[in-house]
Design a protein around this ligand. Structure first.
Ligand code: NAD
Length: 260
């Protein structure tokens, strides 16, 4: 379905980004991974994904806080592969604190990684996609692009911001064969979340199932975690031709969270 296409997925050394990279590669796209981590571990991940999917998997180490590195990631991908079809802006971090205690440097980092990096990558990629007459941009937002939770000032501001950025760029490139959409996951069972479950169960004296249902998934009516495969499947659909009329859309994948 995506044979001969080339995708960049930022923040794809773990979690949702890695899941989307896998789905895009399984659909036939060559994928450029990006993200932080130990160089040996990243190389193992890259090689394993290549062996598993049969697609070419590369890696670019751009730090999403560095606009010049982001521009280089886009330019060098285009130079190496001769094209850039799909850009997925996924890298993200979180910090939880009341607004009066929120460290300003955490605010800057979250706005930089979760929001500004998508501006810098789109700024670099849009001219290349316009030249090609086609492109697909997918921004990873969150249910927190649509609703708020306390103590997440920077994250919620960044995610609401990425929704506005998505709509704006979608309008600008609507006649260029380029679509720009945002995926808004609810709770996704990444290794980070999985690791918290046994400790929370012990601390509260409840079962692991009760932690999932009554603590983590309190806001999620399905009481089921969203999976990285489900996000990956939507990314593949948005990257394909049948999604040509979906643009500027803010798409919840949240088990009903934001329907409430
Ligand atoms: P994760 O921590 O598993 O992965 C984050 C990725 O971003 C990693 O690859 C990390 O190396 C990379 N990254 C962090 N800082 C970076 C930087 N400065 N430069 C380059 N890469 C950097 O997190 P995740 O849960 O997979 O989250 C991925 C995206 O999905 C984020 O945008 C997050 O806000 C969003 N999201 C997650 C959930 C959830 O429940 N896990 C829900 C909604 C939205």
């Amino acid at each position: 379905m995506l044979k001969n296409q080339v995708a960049i997925v930022t923040g794809s050394t773990s979690g949702i980004g890695l899941g989307m990279a896998r789905s895009l590669a399984q659909a036939g796209a060559a994928v450029v991974l990006n993200g932080l981590g130990d160089a040996d571990d990243i190389e193992k991940t890259r090689a394993a994904l290549e062996a598993e999917t049969g697609s070419t998997i590369a890696y670019h180490p751009a730090n999403m806080l560095q606009p010049a590195e982001i521009a280089d990631m886009v330019a060098s991908t285009h130079k190496t592969f001769g094209r850039l079809d799909i850009l997925v802006n996924n890298a993200g971090v979180q910090h939880v604190a009341p607004v009066e205690d929120f460290p300003p440097e955490k605010w800057d980092a979250i706005i930089g990684i979760n929001l500004s990096s998508a501006f810098h990558s789109m700024r670099a990629a849009v001219p290349l996609m316009k030249q090609a007459g086609r492109g697909r941009i997918i921004n990873l937002a969150s249910a927190h692009a649509l609703v708020a939770s306390p103590y997440k000032a920077a994250y919620v501001a960044a995610k609401h911001g990425i929704a506005g950025l998505t709509k704006t760029v979608a309008l600008e490139v609507a006649t260029d064969g380029i679509t720009v959409n945002a995926i808004c996951p609810g709770y996704v069972l990444t290794p980070l979340v999985e690791g918290q479950i046994p400790d929370t169960a012990q601390a509260r004296g409840i079962t692991e199932e009760e932690v999932k249902r009554d603590v983590l998934l309190a806001a999620q009516p399905t009481k089921e975690f969203v999976t990285t495969d489900q996000i990956g499947a939507l990314a593949v659909f948005l990257a394909g031709d049948m999604s040509a009329s979906i643009t500027g859309a803010i798409l919840p994948v949240d088990g009903g969270w934001t329907a409430q």
